[in-house]
Design a protein around this ligand. Structure first.
Ligand code: ADP
Ligand code: MG
Length: 613
């Protein structure tokens, strides 16, 4: 491959600017060059967070002797020669100035050899000035060592962060590359210690485990969907395994790590109602899209991708997630609870007083005594205002996905070989502790939380009561008086919304209404509570025609459900389960707690030491 010097106009079109800002930018450029060179083995070694030294070695094609010096000229690249190439660029690095920029601000050494050449070359440059250029014996490939970055630019040096901050950025970047290119063996070493190494066997899950090391990531489930030339694949967590932040969400578009509020939106819509408030899933999601339908990201530092059609991407991600979570494999398992306990050791360290939820599940050796028994953090109730803000934002980027699906035609779901969860496979047994209904199928034991299940059923009833035009109301023998702030007396709006939900209200005196009818499935006290909350929220200026707010209120009001310790009869159990089965989302209560948990036979046998693992 010959290296050409780019014509000035081409060079200028490329948003070159500040290529090298900090150690991580050096590592990024060098590793991308190594990838472009067809390497199957790349080792990155840093000391002092990359401020002292960065070394990247590869087994790629190498640089021919005649091209070695040229590679350090500004706008030297073997990868493009004219403007049109930019749009179709498949290689990662393309600005043709990384090597020259890095060389200009460091003490750089490059050793390289091509397959055909007998000897390799070594070149040393300090501040861009060539000190040495000589032949040297070395294997095929290229090694570049960058020492004392910005030694000649004190202004830049000042902006370097601490060693751990700089190395953190490098580790994050190389980690993302390593799981993007699962065909390449990556090794990352920091101050002599191996941070991770991958096998390069094209196994994404294996790569994720090697890089991120979290044992719990073994429990991630596949998520795949393809339609109309748009494809998504990757791994996500079961609803029972979540985090308090979004830091464990990794998105990639056409092999590049990206930030994307669009993918994030699709992901959270896919988990809607499946997660406890304030919890976020873990996700490694890769989107493949026609490069013409996405902004070719020329500027190196602008990571947020721009899709031509946000809605299409959101609905693809959402549907892929929903589909994955409906698989039998996605049912919350006891295993996740151990995992959760371990996670809480690291991530809740600073907050020992966090409320815990009823979760005393039998422990195993995995569940060491240090681990607090937290499954779900009792999420802060998010204020209605926050919800509204969120909703307004959603409105801008999103419309309901059903229409889109019609437009796009039937999704061809990629077969993952995993069965959907089916209630009909279950045999129900005794109820234990007057709370948990037991069930089994061939490979699992289940506990259904009767309260959570009932909440889910009530919730869906309410939602459909609200969305259906036909209302089933019950007339109250003793009407309830509801006090209303004077400002609301002449406002018909809120009365209209409540009427739509199956309430019937009449003006009564100066500042009150009489509640005559309530939705059929609500208890009287619950209905009274609901209407009072509703009026308060409305009075505070929260527009309640909004579905999210309604959801929120319903969740709050949804208290008529069987309490955990109410004894229920067999008939009631059967009715409960068959109603749960009919729910749109039978897996979690409206607050995001699981309605049932699976104990895999395999895990049970492990606890009894019948199997190794
Ligand atoms: P670009 O990558 O945009 O072409 P760089 O300044 O990063 O520009 O690199 C200049 C040239 O040096 C590349 O086009 C490539 O030919 C050569 N080069 C750089 N690193 C390597 C490497 N690790 N292996 C082989 N060739 C390399
Ligand atoms: Mg490059």
């Amino acid at each position: 491959m010959r290296i050409n010097i780019l014509p000035k106009d081409v060079a200028d079109k490329i948003a070159a600017g500040e290529v090298i800002e900090r150690p991580v930018s050096v590592v990024k450029e060098l590793v991308e060059n190594a990838i472009d060179a067809g390497s199957t083995d790349i080792t990155v070694e840093i000391t002092g967070g990359g401020k002292e030294s960065i070394r990247v070695s590869d087994n790629g094609i190498g640089i021919e002797k005649d091209d070695v010096e040229k590679a350090f000229l500004r706008h030297a690249t073997s990868k493009i020669s004219k403007t049109e190439d930019l749009r179709n660029l498949i290689t990662l690095g393309f600005r043709g100035e990384a090597l020259s920029s890095i060389a200009a601000v460091s003490r750089l050494e490059l050793i390289t050899k091509t397959e055909d050449e007998k000897t390799g070359q070594r070149i040393v440059l300090h501040g861009g000035e060539k000190l040495t250029f000589e032949s040297i014996g070395c294997p095929r490939g290229t090694t570049i060592i960058v020492r004392d970055l910005f030694y000649n630019l004190p202004a830049r040096l000042k902006f370097m962060k601490t060693e751990s901050s700089e190395s953190g950025q490098i580790i994050d970047m190389v980690s993302r590359l390593a799981i993007t290119r699962t065909d390449i063996r990556f090794k990352l070493i920091s101050n002599g210690k191996t941070v991770f190494s991958t096998i390069g066997n094209n196994d994404l899950k294996a790569a994720i485990l090697s890089v991120y090391k979290d044992r719990e990531y073994k429990e991630l489930i596949p998520c795949e969907l393809k339609r109309k030339g748009l494809e998504i694949y990757g791994y996500i967590s079961r609803p029972s395994f979540s985090r308090a932040n979004k830091r464990s969400q990794y998105f990639f578009v056409n092999g590049r790590t990206v930030k994307s509020s669009v993918i994030e939106k699709g992901l959270s819509l896919g988990y809607k109602e499946r997660l406890f408030e304030g919890r976020s899933p873990i996700a490694f999601l890769f989107v493949e899209i026609d490069p013409n339908d996405v902004d070719v990201n020329i500027h190196p530092n602008k990571k947020e991708v721009k899709f031509d059609n946000d809605i299409e991407v959101i609905s693809l991600v959402q549907d892929a997630v929903i589909d994955a979570l409906n698989k039998k494999d996605a049912v919350s398992t006891s295993q996740d609870i151990y995992v959760k306990a371990e996670e809480s050791v690291s991530s809740y360290k600073g907050s020992p007083g966090k409320a815990s939820f009823n979760n005393e599940v039998s422990s195993s050796k995995d569940n060491n005594s240090k681990a607090p028994n937290v499954i779900f953090e009792k999420g802060e109730q998010v204020g209605i205002r926050d919800f509204l803000k969120q909703e307004t934002r959603e409105k801008k980027t999103l419309s309901p996905s059903n229409e889109i699906i019609e437009e796009l035609g039937n999704p061809d779901i990629v077969a993952t070989g995993v069965l959907p969860f089916d209630f009909d496979d279950l045999t129900f047994g005794e109820t234990i502790f007057n709370t948990y209904i037991t069930a089994t199928d061939e490979e699992n034991f289940y506990l259904f939380d009767q309260h959570a299940a009932h909440e889910r059923i009530n919730y869906e009833k309410f939602i459909s009561a609200y969305t259906n035009s036909e209302k089933n109301s019950q007339i109250l023998l003793l009407p309830i008086t509801i006090d209303v702030p004077v400002e609301l007396i002449d406002d018909e709006n809120w009365v209209g919304i409540l009427t739509k939900m199956g309430f019937s209200l009449e003006l009564f005196g100066e500042n009150s209404f009489i509640l005559r009818e309530i939705p059929e499935f609500m208890e009287i006290s619950e209905a009274e509570d609901f209407v009072n909350t509703f009026v308060d929220e409305y009075h505070e200026g929260n527009p309640l025609g909004n579905r999210v707010v309604i959801d929120k209120l319903i969740t709050k009001a949804c208290k008529s459900s069987i309490k955990a310790h109410d004894k229920i009869t067999n008939e009631e159990i059967n009715a409960l389960i068959s109603q749960l089965k009919a729910c749109g989302n039978p897996y979690s209560c409206p607050h995001g707690r699981p309605t049932f948990i699976k104990f895999r036979l395999y895990d049970i046998e492990r606890m009894f030491k019948r199997v190794q693992g």
